[in-house]
Design a protein around this ligand. Structure first.
Ligand SMILES: Cc1cc2nc3c(=O)[nH]c(=O)nc-3n(C[C@H](O)[C@H](O)[C@H](O)COP(=O)(O)OP(=O)(O)OC[C@H]3O[C@@H](n4cnc5c(N)ncnc54)[C@H](O)[C@@H]3O)c2cc1C
Length: 474
């Protein structure tokens, strides 16, 4: 059996290892278009703050891991898939045949259509290569402007702040993390960041980025000589002021406009609120989209991502998908969702690989979970945090204490929540939302006091055990 995996990120690597574990003699090839050994993007912030070196981001420490597993790794880009012929074309022109295919090509940052995005000091924070450039430019005291304050943006921000840069964040939504947090929570995170010294503009767009015409003093033939014992600064100043001395007053230094600034030098960023911000580095963190363009005319159906069922199979038998590029079927909500976090990539890769081996695995959930540490403030969102039509909600806000709990109910089930600060409730919130636990009378108690989550969880867990037992005797 020939298995081909497109993408050498977490999903691709876990799939390859799962395949090898259960199929010692099958042929397994990973095709990945990045030059480094497979690595974890979520380790990039740790690289930026010097907690790990580049090798600390690698998914597998052993450089020989894939050779030992007899997995071929090709550093190429897949440019086309022909589902009917069961072939993949690579960017070097070669063609790979497959029996089973996994598409695990992840996602890539979107590039907003803003003038100046092609300046060398503007870039995303997505790859190890990006991280190297950021580390070079984001020196202590450097002026950094970050476009976008979503989940990834906030993670990057933390690393930038720890590098000691002067940070400005510009978010076009009306609050920070607008796709993860409601208005009260998003604005609380903004207030926290401002308190920590980050300048944050929400409801604001970057309109243009221009290379600054930097103004520098150039030495000229008539410029003053460097200070010396005989004719130092004070002597020259006195001469300029006509306070005696033999030398004529030197002319003022010549100032002139230079050409557009080279890589890493100042840029002017024009904002929709009329302000202009100077920056040495602009980081674009304005969202990502699945890497699926190469599947055009392949016969594999795509929406935003590659469409898959609960076994991660696409519309083409034997072709699977996993990770950030997958629009996977969530059995609990009966909807297809992209949930671009690494634990989902790992779970989906495992299920896809087991099905490539015809071992009948099913993905039960595509958890919608985000837990974020923004400059030390822990926030979390689960499930339908925006609420559902006809549902009820409860919100507890402590602005001074930077704590918030927002619960969303559908009938007597907790279907989503936002929290800031209440780290002790994170596990319980996840359990109640994912378990679709019926709260009964506890719903009203939670509306009156959302902090009683743990009590509700314990009480309803016991109640459910009693119902289950009662059911077993019927
Ligand atoms: C800075 C940062 C911080 C993050 N922090 C967190 C976090 O704290 N928690 C969390 O859960 N998630 C985090 N994430 C998201 C997480 O990294 C992704 O969810 C995860 O990488 C998805 O894994 P994947 O294998 O699906 O995709 P990827 O890791 O993107 O791997 C896909 C690979 O396929 C390659 N590829 C694409 N197209 C082709 C092609 N045509 N041919 C060959 N190869 C191709 C890509 O270049 C890439 O190497 C973070 C991401 C970033 C950038």
């Amino acid at each position: 059996m020939r298995h081909v995996i497109l993408g050498a990120g977490p999903a691709g690597v876990i799939a390859a290892e799962t395949l090898r574990k259960h199929a010692p003699y099958d042929s397994i090839t990973i095709v990945g278009d990045e030059p480094e050994p497979p690595y974890s993007r979520m380790a990039i912030p740790y690289l930026l703050i010097g907690k790990v070196g580049e090798d600390g981001t690698y998914l597998r420490r052993d450089a020989d891991q894939f050779r030992k597993l007899n997995v071929t790794v090709l550093r190429q880009r897949a440019t086309h898939v022909d589902a009917a012929r069961r072939t993949v074309t690579l960017d070097n022109g070669s063609i790979l045949g497959f029996d089973k295919l996994l598409i695990a090509t992840g996602s890539k940052p979107v590039r907003p259509p803003i003038p100046g995005m092609d300046l060398p000091g503007v870039q995303p924070c997505w790859t190890l290569e990006n991280a190297r450039h950021i580390a070079e430019l984001a020196q202590p005291g450097a002026k950094v402007l970050q476009m976008g304050a979503g989940f990834i943006g906030c993670i990057i921000m933390e690393a930038l702040a720890l590098r000691g840069v002067e940070l400005t964040v510009v978010e076009m939504g009306d609050r920070m993390v607008p796709r993860m947090m409601g208005p009260a929570a998003g604005n609380m995170i903004k207030a926290w960041c401002e308190k920590k010294g980050v300048r944050v503009f929400t409801g604001t767009r970057v309109e243009a980025i221009e290379a600054a015409q930097s103004v520098v003093a150039l030495p000229s033939a008539t410029a003053p000589a460097p200070a010396s014992a005989e004719g130092g600064f004070i002597a020259r100043a006195a001469a300029m002021l006509g306070l005696g001395g033999k030398s004529p007053a030197p002319p003022a230094p010549e100032w002139r406009e230079t050409a557009p600034a080279p890589r890493g030098s100042a840029m002017s960023v024009r904002l929709s609120n009329g302000q202009t911000v100077e920056a040495d580095l602009v980081i674009s963190a304005t969202g990502v989209k699945p890497n699926v363009a190469f599947l055009k005319d392949s016969g594999i159906e795509c929406g935003q991502g590659v469409l898959a069922d609960e076994r991660l199979q696409t519309n083409v038998p034997g072709i699977y998908t996993a990770g950030d590029c997958a629009e996977a079927f969530d059995l609990a909500t009966k909807a297809r969702v992209i949930s671009a976090i690494q634990p989902n990539a790992a779970d989906q890769a495992y299920v896809a690989a087991m099905n490539m081996l015809e071992r009948g695995a099913v993905l039960k959930r595509v958890p919608q979970i985000n837990v974020l540490d923004t400059l030390g403030l822990i926030s979390a969102s689960f499930g339908d945090w925006q609420g559902v039509p006809g549902g009820q909600q409860a919100e507890l806000t402590d602005r001074e204490g930077f704590k918030l709990l927002s619960l969303q109910f559908d009938a007597d089930r907790l279907v989503g929540c936002n929290s800031i600060g209440w780290t002790e409730h994170v596990g319980v919130m996840r359990g109640l939302v994912e378990g679709r636990v019926r709260l009964g009378e506890w719903k009203e108690k939670l509306i009156a006091d959302p902090t009683r989550l743990t009590e509700a969880y314990i009480a309803q867990g016991q109640a459910q055990a009693r119902w289950a037992q009662a059911g077993a005797h019927v």
